[in-house]
Design a binder for this molecule. Structure first.
Ligand SMILES: [Mg+2]
Length: 187
């Protein structure tokens, strides 16, 4: 078998990074892109990084909205990126919650951050190189998932001071800047 050339990625959390985290966002009218997110993604794409979204969506498991709602919103969102010339290579989501999930959604999923499953699955699907990749999120759990997956660079735009304190050692904390503040930290 011919070895495949592995591609570096920018793994992006969704709520709080791509869009304002208003809590269980699932409707287009509530999806507000953060200032600077298109500039960041364009810069990452120009540097050869594949763009992959990894997002916990326990609102599905909790029964607040459906997987169909999520896919509809995702299709619109990726279309908005495409209008900016930005290709989203993959979107991984985890609908489960270990205690608040309803029915089959109540489980301790290996894909739910801080576990690394979504990143590892995306890496396998798209031929990505975690060690050469970047994880960008607004919570410590994003950083822990990145670390557990072997992602080489962890970038935190902290949702609050507690998230910054809880981030693992080695995390680059970007203070007082939006997503565009991450551009200088891309490989
Ligand atoms: Mg978030």
């Amino acid at each position: 078998m011919t070895p495949r050339h592995l591609v570096p990625a920018l793994f992006l959390d969704r709520d709080g990074i791509i869009n304002l985290d208003l809590g269980y966002v699932h409707r287009i009218e509530d999806f507000i892109f953060r200032d600077g997110i298109f500039a960041l993604c364009a810069a990452a794409q120009a540097r050869g990084l594949a763009l992959v979204i990894v997002t916990n969506q326990a609102g599905i498991g909790r029964g607040y909205f459906t997987e169909a709602d999520f896919h509809l919103l995702t299709e619109w969102m990726t279309g908005e990126f495409a209008r900016q010339g930005i290709v989203i290579a993959g979107v991984e989501f985890c609908p489960d919650h270990p205690t608040h999930g309803i029915g089959a959604y109540r489980r301790d999923s290996p894909r739910r951050k801080p576990a690394p499953g979504m990143i590892l699955d995306a890496a396998a699907t798209h031929g990505l190189d975690p060690a050469g990749s970047v994880m960008l999120g607004d919570r410590a759990t994003d950083m822990l998932a990145g670390r557990a997956a072997g992602v080489g660079r962890l970038l935190l735009l902290p949702a609050d001071a507690a998230e910054a304190r809880a981030a693992p050692a080695g995390t680059i904390i970007i203070e007082n800047a939006g997503p565009a503040g991450a551009i200088e930290h891309l490989p």
